[in-house]
Design a binder for this molecule. Structure first.
Ligand code: HEC
Ligand code: HEC
Ligand code: HEC
Ligand code: HEC
Ligand code: HEC
Length: 179
């Protein structure tokens, strides 16, 4: 089909079609692969929020303990995972790898995916403990994801912050968020 169309009525290859096909191929296949590859934050294991929050019923603050008290919620490390994974859990290869890593003394250092630029001041304490916002408001349905997300599920930019601040009568002062 495609090979036929690339030739004109006299059977000669149509260069512009070959070129167009080439560009389409780059756009459709190569670019997304580059984009995914470069934006993926490396993590020691493929953590699964769905299994731990839904199946096992662990609360968010079990692993992100400072959400109510500090600016940063914090990420867990081997101390938290060791509560269960020093012995094998479940049957998946990834769970087995967690136990292997812990046994080998790996610290399971997770990397932040979601990061505000340095000029922005944001604190969880104010939003979670005082404004009583749910995690989903800003992080979407991360509780039902089975692999570390490649990008933030909710786009949290300045408009997103301002929209809510306007609706809830919170500050719109530049200096409150930029210090
Ligand atoms: C058993 C531990 C555990 C529980 C429970 C847990 N998380 Fe996590 N969470 C992690 C780990 C490990 C990471 C880092 C790897 C990743 O992104 O999956 C993470 C990453 C995140 C991130 C991305 C942060 C970033 O910048 O990388 C958000 C947001 C998050 N969790 C929200 C939640 C919410 C909301 C809940 C409750 C519904 C929750 N987590 C429950 C372990 C946990
Ligand atoms: C009003 C929006 C908002 C709410 C509500 C919110 N977060 Fe966040 N969260 C953010 C922003 C913004 C960042 C990035 C912070 C930074 O880079 O300084 C972040 C970062 C994180 C991180 C990465 C590690 C860190 O602390 O920087 C985790 C984990 C996290 N949030 C978990 C949670 C959990 C769990 C809840 C609910 C208890 C929650 N967040 C509620 C906006 C929110
Ligand atoms: C309260 C106990 C408990 C804690 C704490 C815990 N896990 Fe698990 N985890 C389990 C159990 C149980 C399973 C097996 C669930 C299943 O297969 O149904 C599991 C499964 C897993 C899997 C396999 C997921 C999959 O997709 O099959 C990974 C990876 C994992 N855990 C990583 C971690 C990491 C990393 C931490 C620390 C941040 C952690 N776990 C903390 C109990 C726990
Ligand atoms: C869904 C609603 C919502 C979102 C989204 C939100 N905020 Fe807020 N924010 C509030 C509320 C409500 C308060 C007031 C809490 C209180 O009573 O102290 C507040 C307070 C603040 C304060 C303290 C202001 C002061 O008076 O000093 C800062 C700073 C702040 N937010 C920054 C941010 C930033 C940065 C973002 C985006 C990353 C953001 N907020 C997103 C609702 C929100
Ligand atoms: C409620 C919090 C909040 C307030 C109030 C706020 N900003 Fe921002 N601003 C942000 C966040 C969050 C970002 C980072 C957005 C991103 O990285 O996508 C940002 C980014 C910026 C940037 C960098 C360019 C950009 O768009 O990313 C400039 C410049 C800026 N803000 C100026 C201002 C000025 C001027 C005011 C007052 C009129 C103001 N901001 C008020 C939260 C706020």
């Amino acid at each position: 089909m495609i090979a036929q169309r690339l030739r004109d009525t006299r059977g000669r290859v149509r260069p512009y079609l070959v070129l167009a096909l080439g560009i389409a191929l780059i756009a459709a296949v190569v670019l997304p692969v580059i984009a995914l590859g470069s934006s993926r934050v490396p993590q020691p294991v493929a953590f699964n929020h769905l299994k731990h929050t839904q199946d096992l019923g662990l609360g968010c603050e079990f692993c992100h303990p400072y959400a109510r008290t500090r600016a940063h919620s914090g990420l867990p490390d081997v101390t938290t995972c060791s509560m269960c994974h020093t012995s094998p859990q479940g049957t998946s290869a990834e769970a087995a790898r967690v136990t292997e890593l812990i046994t080998a003394g790996d610290l399971l250092r997770f990397n932040k995916l979601f990061r505000m630029p340095d000029h922005v001041f944001y604190t969880h304490r104010r939003h979670v403990a005082i404004a009583e916002l749910s995690c989903e408001t800003c992080h979407g349905d991360i509780a039902h994801t089975e692999r570390p997300p490649v990008r933030a599920l909710v786009k949290v930019d300045m408009d997103f912050c301002l929209d809510c601040h306007r609706k809830q009568g919170a500050t719109l002062d530049c200096n409150a968020c930029h210090r």
